[in-house]
Design a protein around this ligand. Structure first.
Ligand code: 5AD
Ligand code: SF4
Length: 371
């Protein structure tokens, strides 16, 4: 216990310190969670920002070994929400009070998709008079496309690194031109260079992943200086190669969720003023995890406003759940959050961390570009 207390007193943690924090027992975790809670309150306040999530297409050119909508999965129905319906969904989210939207899709680099996103962004910017924070999560894209989307009104972009360990990256992705680790890191820097509020994140409880990998993931996010983070437990999807790989032993889902909570807390301690999401995967393991995640450092929740007829096809892993408006547990969530002195807010909720004038970290960029 004293070890944890003395680590937490430091201003800068070593890799070993972070590994030790990630191995905390229950009693030690309580101290870490409380520290993360206090830091969040001090730097970001007690608001939980809501983002309306629209899963706009499940067509993906990639074949990540863990994901249910990978290109190679022939068992799912592919969809792309037509532009008119997409505009309706955006309008619906806005009139329901959301001032923050997330448009998420598989990775599609076609001209037609590029145009559609641009049109949706232009529509949203006009509708909301630019009062709404729009986040894209549409995979790796080239600089021209990202700049076009930025100019059309997207301010935020999420691109998870999935794991910062290159070797592990190629255990969960094919090693080919569509799944290039350096291209992924370069894309993160591209986003920062353009001026996006940049989000990343990882999966927790992957096969072969160690606590040292996780500690390095946290350091990676600190080094590239992200503004937002989404981390969730890895959850098997039965129609994927990773889930069907024999002889791998994984932590239980509960252990993966608990490790995710600890990762959120440690990230909050080392990156005090970023936005951290309480993710869908965490929620899918146990709905109580959302409030727990907020307690230990998260400050964003993403209710799913994807039209019902599409939702079931955005099936990334088994038993995927969502906070949503209709069946809604939002009322219950509001009450549960009150107990830990948090309130839901439908505002734009920029990460305090993000400052437009922040000098862009060229050193880190060059270091990673060279790999
Ligand atoms: N378990 C947990 N998260 C997953 N994702 C994809 N497949 C899975 C899975 N099986 C996450 C990835 C991706 C995000 C859209 O969903 O981190 O970046
Ligand atoms: Fe496509 Fe993302 Fe799934 Fe990979 S994780 S297959 S990029 S949707």
């Amino acid at each position: 216990m004293n070890v944890i207390k003395s680590i937490l007193q430091k201003n800068l943690f070593t890799l070993e310190d972070i590994v030790r924090l990630l191995q905390a027992d229950d009693e030690e975790k309580a101290i870490i969670f409380k520290k993360a809670y206090d830091i969040k309150e001090k730097y970001s306040g007690n608001k939980v920002w809501l983002r309306a999530l629209l899963e706009i297409a499940n067509i993906c050119k990639k074949n990540c070994y863990y994901c249910g909508i990978r290109k190679g999965n022939k068992h799912i129905h592919r969809y792309e929400i037509p532009l008119d319906e997409l505009k309706n969904s955006i309008c619906n989210a806005y009139t329901s009070g959301y001032n923050s939207l997330v448009l998420q899709s598989g990775e599609n680099t076609s001209e037609a998709f590029n145009d559609k996103i641009s049109s949706a962004l232009e529509y949203a910017s006009e509708l909301t008079q630019k009062s709404t924070g729009i986040t894209l999560s549409c995979g790796e894209q080239d600089e021209k496309t990202l700049q076009r989307w930025f100019d059309a009104g997207a301010e935020r972009y999420l691109l998870r690194i999935e794991t910062s360990n290159e070797e592990l990256y190629y255990k969960i992705h094919p090693r080919d031109k569509f799944h290039d680790f350096s291209e992924r890191t370069n894309c993160l820097f591209r986003l920062k260079k353009i001026g996006f509020q940049t989000g990343s994140g990882i999966m927790i409880g992957l096969p072969f992943q160690t606590d040292e990998d996780l500690a390095r993931d946290l350091i990676f996010m600190q080094e590239i200086d992200i503004d937002m983070c989404g981390m969730g437990p890895y959850i098997e999807h039965p129609q994927t190669p990773l889930a069907n790989q024999k002889d791998i032993k994984l932590p239980t889902l509960e252990q993966r969720a608990n490790k995710t909570l600890l990762m959120i807390a440690v990230l909050r301690i080392i990156m005090k003023d970023i936005n951290i999401a309480a993710t869908t995967a965490l929620h899918s393991i146990n709905s109580e995890n959302l409030v727990k995640a907020i307690y230990c450092g998260a400050n964003v929740i993403m209710p799913n406003l994807t039209p019902e007829k599409y939702k079931e096809n955005y099936f990334l892993y088994k038993n995927k759940q969502s906070v949503n408006k209709n069946n809604c547990n939002l009322a219950k969530l509001t009450n549960d959050l009150k107990i830990i002195n948090h309130i839901i807010d439908y505002g734009k909720g920029n990460p305090v961390h993000f400052k437009k004038t922040k000098p862009y970290k060229l050193n880190a960029y060059h270091k990673l570009e060279k790999r």
